[in-house]
Design a protein around this ligand. Sequence first.
Ligand code: PEP
Length: 249
Amino acid sequence: MSRIYYIAGNWKMHKTRAEAADLARALRTQLQDGVHKYLVAPSFSALETVGPLISGSNIRLGAQNVAVEEQGAHTGEVSVLQLKDLGVQTIIVGHSERRHVYKEEDALINKKLRLALKHGFEVILCVGETLEEREAGQAEVVCESQTLWGLAGLGATDLANIVIAYEPVWAIGTGKTATPEDADAIHASIRKVIGRLYGTSAAEQLIIQYGGSVKPENVKALMAKENIDGALVGGASLKAETFAAIAKF
Ligand code: PEP
């Protein structure tokens, strides 16, 4: 199996440009001998600052969201063309805060994902169940359905630029983490769906990150699981020391 580990930091709506610059500089130094694949996703407002600071390093520049249209009268949105202009390489779509707070639905997320792929971006598609869905025994079904919807219309070759992040909603920013076993079971079921749709080789190569209160203390046990290929990190990505400890687990 040739999958690499991919550790991504989602800075959410944190950091001024000066703070983002400090964090980017520190990460560039602290991750330079890191052996995995890395990404940081600052706010739109800090992309222009952070981009040049990590350019030529082993850290990719990510955006946390993208508009569903290429350009036009869409007040408050940022388009693929503008993200490309800023040097963004990867776009996160379907984050649970977008799904649940901003009511983004699967069809919209799929449209964003396809637009981003069309413009040559790598895409991280987030999926994950709520606590009610988990307690009702629906975790797998919900994640499979979000995966199917998210990837609708894609061919096997598109998958080379797709990463899936399994992020149980109840574990995001709450300090609660899925057990490595529970997370691995969902990852395995997502991989199975991919295998059914796109074949075993595509499924074997797909990187599936886990997200939800990943910390230096729990990262090793999570990454030890067969189907967990990295992490999407929120809170613990805001300090260089904690993110670097996770990134170099
Ligand atoms: C996230 O926002 O993607 C996330 C996983 O957040 P946290 O690590 O803070 O739970």
